[in-house]
Design a protein around this ligand. Structure first.
Ligand code: NAD
Length: 715
């Protein structure tokens, strides 16, 4: 029996119910066979009035088969291209049937799923949260290759279609209806199939109901063809603007823009060929492999609990106490309340606590004013937060997170004075960014329940949380902290205690290498530009100005006081720089009177000339490729060391943590995935070259040498 159930009713309407093997319907070999058979049968069907495509799953159709896409090799390009052309032909045959075809959308229809919908004459969706439509392929380094680019451009016009294609925008049924992506909605699931059939019966005599707009006589693309003067002008600038955004490192948006432009220039069938070619190029590229591996498989692994102890029952936090209503505490309060958790937000004065709560009110007001939340919902969320200066209000919290000043003594003091308020088996979390969890836990009477829950700033926007296990943290505590992070809809990576944990430790190397390049004579502005050229969001020096030289000074001082400081392999370039720029010259960073740059009130940013005078040597002789590789390899090598030392417990955590926590270049798919497509052997050779030229910090760690010898990947 086919996985596409084929049923014809008394009105001559065939309902095709897709129920593929596995949890979702997807475009794979099984689909190809089932769809082929179905279209053959429909073309031969006598007395056919119309066709409804429906799904037996909770989702309508999930999209392409990513397992297949991630494994496709450049030498398979031709075969892959032929397969794409066949997929397109089947959908073309479907939309050319002489009867109306309707998609009855009962759940998410994304990527290939929405391409199937676009090949139907009419799209009716259940008006429910469960329904989402869109073409998110760009987020995986791909494009919608099943005719999605061409049909969207023909349906909406080039300019309107581009945001859906270039940003992978997904929308719910209501928005899809307003945007013209679907034709109608029904309020209940029960009405969906009957409505789809009724539409066919209502329209069976219509001359156009069975003909796609682009196949109708006299069809004109909304907004006109690519050659119309207004569009031509936009199209001249578009590649330049895109290049500025992607810095030439992300081929998918470029290929999408190209295919979309051709869709607005060529006839429908020729445009499909351009789309297929571009899709083949992307599918065989390293960038797509990196992005699929990390943003799909890696993220699913991490969120699915690969680093969570499996044998512990899942838990939910009902009441969370947050100590410190400063920048971090107020954000944690907001995220917790948004997830429906009761929050006690405590600071040293009622005024400070109220100020922290006001932050949530401000964010909620924004939502209400944008029509994204009702006033009642706002009031409900706000009422979950109790701002207080009294420890006693913490009574019965099943989780307390401290986010007070970064000071070991203070943190010890408040641990002692408040942990008694925890409910039985309650978890104590510290949001420290630099202090070792094991030492912080010394103050606790129950170190097994003590754990690091490290948020990133701004908390409401940053999706990552780094969970840090101290030496004595037990599995139950880890599982509970993990569940809390999922409860507030963030992504938890799990690491073991180490100076700087995983994220700060690795991020520090990017700043450190930028400082070294500066000290070796590279112009500071070029140092920053090289960082951006490899795909980092900002240059090393600019980001150090943001995180502040003052903080670096304090952190190193604390580490030295605690006897934790380890002399860097090739000398302490960072301290040398910080001692000069901050201690001697009082430049502590952007928010402390300027750093490497001077910041004007008008938003201007100019390099601080004494920095150039002191270090810049036009004849430094360092090649650009070496600069770029030094900046990238330092972070990759540090990540490898974290994996080797057991600071990282999984490759997926390393990839997701580097992308979401420290802005690793998206095209790499994270600092470990980068090696998989760069090649472990090639990586080892290049690291050794850099080592010989620039110092032992580039020595490739044993773990990657071993992978290179065995020809294995980091998975
Ligand atoms: P902050 O200075 O903005 O806020 C600290 C708050 O703690 C202040 O409101 C202060 O009044 C309050 N506080 C001090 N003593 C207290 C006590 N005994 N009881 C209750 N409240 C008390 O600092 P922040 O930037 O929010 O950082 C807080 C913690 O989060 C630090 O450990 C920091 O290292 C860590 N962290 C900061 C960032 C960041 O980017 N700022 C990122 C990750 C982690």
């Amino acid at each position: 029996m086919s996985v596409f159930k084929y049923e014809k009713d008394a009105d001559g309407i065939v309902t095709v119910t897709m129920d593929m093997t596995g949890p979702v319907n997807a475009m794979n070999d099984e689909y190809n066979v089932a769809m082929n058979e179905t279209v053959d049968k429909l073309e031969a069907e006598q007395g056919l009035t119309g066709v409804v495509f429906a799904s037996a799953k909770n989702t309508f159709f999930a999209g392409g088969d990513l397992n297949m896409l991630v494994s496709i090799q450049p030498q398979q390009a031709e075969e892959f291209y032929e397969g794409i052309i066949e997929t397109k032909e089947r959908l073309r045959r479907l939309e050319k049937l002489p009867v109306p075809v309707v998609a009855a959308i009962n759940g998410a229809a994304l990527g290939g799923g929405f391409e199937l919908c676009l090949s139907c004459n009419h799209r009716v969706a259940w008006n429910s949260k469960a329904v989402q439509v869109g073409l998110p392929e760009v987020g995986l380094g791909l494009l919608p290759g099943g005719g999605g680019v061409v049909r969207m451009v023909n349906l909406l016009g080039l300019e309107t279609a581009l945001p859906y294609l270039l940003e992978g925008k997904k929308v719910n049924a209501e928005k899809a209806l307003a945007a013209g992506l679907i034709h109608e909605t029904v309020d209940t699931l029960d009405e969906l199939l009957p409505r789809a059939k009724t539409w066919i019966l209502e329209n069976k005599e219509s001359e156009t109901a069975a003909v796609q707009p682009w196949d109708q006589k006299g069809f004109k693309i909304p907004g006109g063809k690519a050659g119309t003067p207004k569009l031509a002008q936009t199209l001249m600038m578009a590649p330049v603007m895109l290049q500025q955004k992607t810095r030439g490192l992300l081929p998918a948006p470029e290929m999408i823009l190209d295919a979309a432009t051709e869709a607005a220039r060529l006839d429908f069938d020729n445009a499909q060929i351009v789309e297929a070619r571009n899709f083949t190029r992307l599918a065989t590229s390293d960038v797509a492999k990196n992005m699929i591996s990390t943003f799909f498989f890696g993220l699913n692994k991490v969120n699915g609990g690969a680093s969570r102890p499996a044998d512990i029952a899942s838990s939910k936090v009902k009441k969370v106490g947050i100590l410190g209503a400063g920048m971090m505490g107020q954000g944690i309060a907001y995220s917790s309340a948004m997830a429906g958790i009761e929050v006690v937000l405590k600071d040293i004065s009622q005024e400070a606590a109220d100020k922290g709560k006001a932050y949530t009110e401000k964010l909620l007001d924004k939502r209400v004013s944008r029509g994204r939340m009702s006033a009642e919902k706002k009031a409900e969320i706000l009422s979950l937060i109790k701002a207080t200066d009294a420890d006693a209000d913490l009574q019965g919290c099943d989780l307390i997170i401290e986010a007070v000043f970064e000071n070991m003594e203070l943190k010890h003091k408040i641990t002692k004075s408040t942990e008694g308020y925890l409910a039985e088996n309650g978890v104590w979390g510290s949001n420290t960014s630099t202090l070792p969890i094991t030492q912080l836990a010394d103050a606790s009477s129950n170190a097994a329940n003590f754990i690091g829950i490290h948020f990133f700033s701004p908390v409401d926007k940053m999706p990552l949380v780094e969970i840090i296990c101290g030496e004595k943290t037990n599995d139950e505590t880890l599982a509970r902290a993990f569940d809390y992070v999922r409860q507030i809809k963030k992504t938890p990576i799990v690491v073991n205690d180490s100076l700087g944990f995983f994220t700060s430790r690795t991020f520090g190397t990017y700043i450190d290498e930028g400082i070294r390049l500066t000290q070796e004579g590279v112009h500071p502005i070029q140092v920053d530009n090289m960082g951006k050229a490899i795909g980092m969001p900002v240059g090393s020096l600019t980001v150090h100005d943001e995180t502040s030289q003052q903080l670096s000074h304090k952190v190193v001082g604390t580490q030295k006081d605690m006897g934790l400081f380890v002399e860097p392999v090739d000398g302490d370039a960072m301290s040398e720089m910080v001692d000069w720029i901050y201690v001697e010259n009082n430049r502590g960073g952007r928010h402390h009177g300027g750093g490497y740059y001077t910041y004007g009130e008008d938003g201007s940013k100019t390099i601080w000339q004494p920095l150039v005078d002191k270090y810049h040597k036009p004849d430094h002789g360092i090649e650009e490729q070496d600069m770029k590789d030094r900046l990238l390899f330092r972070s990759v090598i540090e990540t490898l060391k974290c994996l080797q030392e057991g600071v990282l417990r999984s490759v997926a955590d390393g990839n997701i943590g580097s992308i979401m926590g420290i802005g690793a270049p998206i095209w790499t798919g994270g600092y470990l995935q980068f090696i998989n497509t760069y090649g472990a052997k090639r990586f080892v050779e290049r690291a050794r070259e850099l080592q010989a030229k620039f110092g032992n910090r580039f020595e490739p760690p044993a773990i990657v040498v071993d992978k290179a010898e065995k020809g294995e990947l980091f998975t």
